[in-house]
Design a protein. Structure first.
Lengths: 431, 303
């Protein structure tokens, strides 16, 4: 057994967690980049590498095809395509990373939206020789639609343009100008060569003109703690804990994960949709009471008064509450191959811990995600199409605008016949 | 009371919070959940998370052990002890009983990995379980890297990788028709090292075979198999004593050990952090059958 230690033996300095999504196709070198990150952080195992090398050789690939690391399904290997979101993990002493690796082509908008929905950061790749293409703009738009707080553009294959500062700056300027039209709060551009490892872990000697951080340095240090909303208290009640026990009697706790804000014992709170108010008596975990609860903690809240509260209700502050709304305006990404979204369609929806039914009252427009042109004549949304939709729900949603709250502002649409998840919705307005 | 420093959340706390959320979703939305308990470290961690999710109430679902009959005695002992301590209801889906009743037949190689699946599905049907918690992690294997946290299974328990439900934010869709079910993987985003860090932090006891001990083994395909009543050396395979530990716990006829001196959780963490071979690659004969061995078994209804 080797004794080389590549990760901290214990939690000396607790790591935090960064989730990022990658977008781009095999041609852009995305798989090579992920392979490089895993390899250089010693997260790639020798048996995984050996398996990939063996399959590559058997297929007659000229290089070890690192895409085979992420393409795990039989159909993907046979057809040489990436079907679905694959999750990959690596860690450095500072952070643990979860990569949602999503295929880049337009027919996979669904997967990109899925990967971006939980991402703190999105990484978009472009080929330095080709510059920005339609796909790069589409990825940037989807990241802004899903409100991914940090965006990184990797200008890859710098080795193939002679490490040219001019090429890099032209692409960076063009992308920055495009991103300014979108709602992108934080953008970083890094020139890299994934194949050769330039600016991946360490600063490249081939590009002395680049003064920014290496990609890994940026991923390790990008400040994500403030991305959480610590202002608006939103606690969707997930489950009511009432022990049927002789030792614990009269216990009633509201279990859930803090969506936003900070909850403390003594705080005055309001419960929606009833509107009753009370005070927080205690915030508990299995390990004992805590002084404060904040996202993404899973806790149990106990209130001073006995109020009828059940799953799907929401605890907030009396002077800072979400809308209690049945008329919802939302941007919807449609995800079903078989049936399009149409006006008059009836669906089930899941919003925080609340389930409801909804009817589509209107489709204002379908968005061309390449040109951002709005087609107001559209009467349906097909697979991978995005549009602005008006819905009426059977019961009120306790909703915020998605741009203010990614948890209380998003919901999924479910086909009640097939039970499949057919749409993702981001609330624009709730009344 | 603890006071947070600048609202910091460590990666282990974030993972724990996510797993607890997932388990509560299942209990809130599903009729008859069950936790698949193998006595392996992942299912042991899952059981601890279940305790945390519902405290101070008891764990509100039974546990099920799919018993191949090829058990490590240390693991069975551990199982019975935990079940008694936590006051759990234990369901045993027994492969030996299924062999006796004719539900399944012994496979040619004597391995019982594949024939576990019909036994599992039979128990699911008999008890009408509609949600099965499994301890699988996405870092284990490439088919698992693409599986959802809530993984829909049809009435035959089959996974259809090309027809998975999109899973956005933390909105899990557990809807299903009668006879269909959902496999739920609360540890999806944990790595082997995360599991060990958590075991250390929570001081969770494990079956002794996870720590270094001396055992009589033979070497086959670069793996060390314990010689016992379920595993017979082939001609020419030499028995010898070695200091080993198990990285995974499965059927005793196809789970191999690794050479190790790590006899404490801290030493195991050092070892896992330094190792360059995946845990299934190092210890599981059953995954070496083909490039897509795991995907094929999952399609048939495997864990």
């Amino acid at each position: 057994m080797t004794t080389e230690i590549v990760a901290p033996p214990a939690e000396a300095r607790p790591m935090d967690l960064l989730r990022f999504a990658t977008a781009g196709s095999v041609d852009d070198g995305k798989s090579t980049l992920i392979g490089r990150l895993l390899y250089d952080t010693k997260s790639l195992f020798t048996d995984q590498l050996a398996a990939v090398e063996a399959v590559s050789a058997a297929r007659g690939d000229e290089y070890t095809n690192l895409a085979l690391l992420t393409d795990g399904l039989r159909a993907e290997r046979e057809q040489g395509i990436t079907i679905d979101v694959a999750y990959r993990y690596f860690a450095t002493p500072r952070r643990k990373f979860i990569i949602a690796d999503t295929p880049g082509h337009i027919q996979y908008t669904r997967n990109m939206v899925t990967g971006a929905s939980t991402a703190d950061l999105a990484l978009i790749l472009v080929d330095a020789r080709k510059g920005l293409v339609e796909q790069s703009r589409r990825h940037a738009f989807l990241c802004s639609l899903l409100r991914v707080p940090h965006l990184v553009l990797c200008v890859n294959k710098m080795d193939l343009v002679d490490w040219s500062q001019e090429v890099y700056e032209r692409i960076a300027d063009e992308f920055t100008a495009f991103a300014a039209k979108l709602d992108v709060p934080d953008l970083t551009v890094v020139p890299i060569s994934a194949l050769r490892g330039d600016n991946i872990v360490a600063r490249s000697e081939n590009m002395p003109w680049y003064e920014g951080p290496s990609l890994l340095h940026h991923l390790e240090r990008v400040h994500i703690a403030s991305d959480r909303n610590l202002v608006d208290v939103r606690f969707p009640v997930q489950y009511v804990i009432r022990p049927q026990s002789t030792t614990v009697t009269d216990y009633r706790g509201y279990a859930g994960q803090v969506a936003s804000g900070v909850l403390k014992p003594g705080d005055e709170v309001m419960v929606l949709p009833s509107g009753f108010t009370s005070r927080i008596a205690a915030v508990e975990t299995a390990d004992g009471p805590v002084a404060e609860a904040f996202p993404p903690m899973s806790v149990t809240v106990r209130l001073a008064d006995e109020i009828d509260i059940s799953r799907g209700d929401l605890i907030c502050r009396p002077n800072n509450a979400p809308a209690v709304a049945q008329d919802i305006e939302a941007m919807v990404c449609w995800m079903d191959e078989t049936t399009p979204l149409r006006v008059g369609g009836r669906y089930a929806i899941k919003h925080t811990t609340r389930s409801a039914r909804a009817i589509v009252r209107g489709l204002h427009y379908r968005l061309d995600i390449n040109s951002l042109h709005r087609d107001e004549s559209a009467d349906e949304l097909r697979l991978n199409e995005i549009g602005r939709v008006r819905l009426r729900t059977t019961v009120p949603l306790l909703a915020d605008e998605y741009r203010r709250n990614r948890t209380t502002g998003g919901f999924v649409i479910i086909d009640e016949t097939t039970n499949r998840t057919v749409g993702a919705a981001m609330i624009v307005e709730a009344a | 009371m603890t006071t947070p420093a600048a609202y910091r959340v460590s990666h282990l706390d974030a993972l724990e919070a996510e797993s607890v959320f997932v388990m509560r979703e299942v209990v809130a939305e599903m009729e008859r959940p069950v936790l698949l308990f193998s006595g392996g470290k992942d299912s042991i961690v899952m059981l601890r998370l279940a305790q945390k999710a519902f405290a101070p109430a008891n764990i509100p679902f039974p546990v099920m052990h799919v018993d191949t009959g090829h058990n490590f005695p240390e693991v069975l002992e551990y199982r019975d002890q935990r079940v008694a301590e936590l006051g759990l209801q234990l369901v045993v889906a027994s492969v030996p009983e299924a062999l006796a009743s004719g539900l399944v037949r012994e496979s040619g190689d004597g391995m019982r990995n594949r024939i576990q699946t019909p036994v599992l599905l039979d128990a699911v049907e008999k008890h009408r379980f509609d949600a099965l918690f499994g301890g699988a992690r996405r870092d284990e294997e490439k088919a698992r890297a693409k599986e959802r946290v809530f993984s829909f299974r049809d009435e035959f328990g089959q996974w259809d990788p090309k027809n998975q439900r999109p899973e956005l934010w933390s909105l899990y869709n557990g809807r299903h028709h009668p006879g269909e079910s959902i496999r739920v993987f609360p540890l999806s985003n944990w790595t082997e090292l995360d599991v060990w860090h958590y075991i250390a932090r929570e001081r969770i006891p494990l079956p002794s075979i996870y720590y270094a001990h001396e055992r009589e083994v033979i070497e086959r395909d670069g793996m060390f198999y314990a010689v016992n009543e379920f595993f017979r050396p082939r001609a020419g395979e030499e028995r010898f004593k070695a200091q080993v530990r198990y990285r995974t716990v499965g059927d005793a006829s196809c789970t191999a050990a690794v050479r190790s001196d790590a006899d404490t959780v801290e030493k195991v963490i050092e070892e896992v952090a330094a190792t360059r071979i995946t845990e299934r690659g190092a210890t599981r004969g059953d995954d070496r059958v083909s490039e897509a061995a795991m995907e094929d078994r999952k399609r048939e209804g495997y864990f």
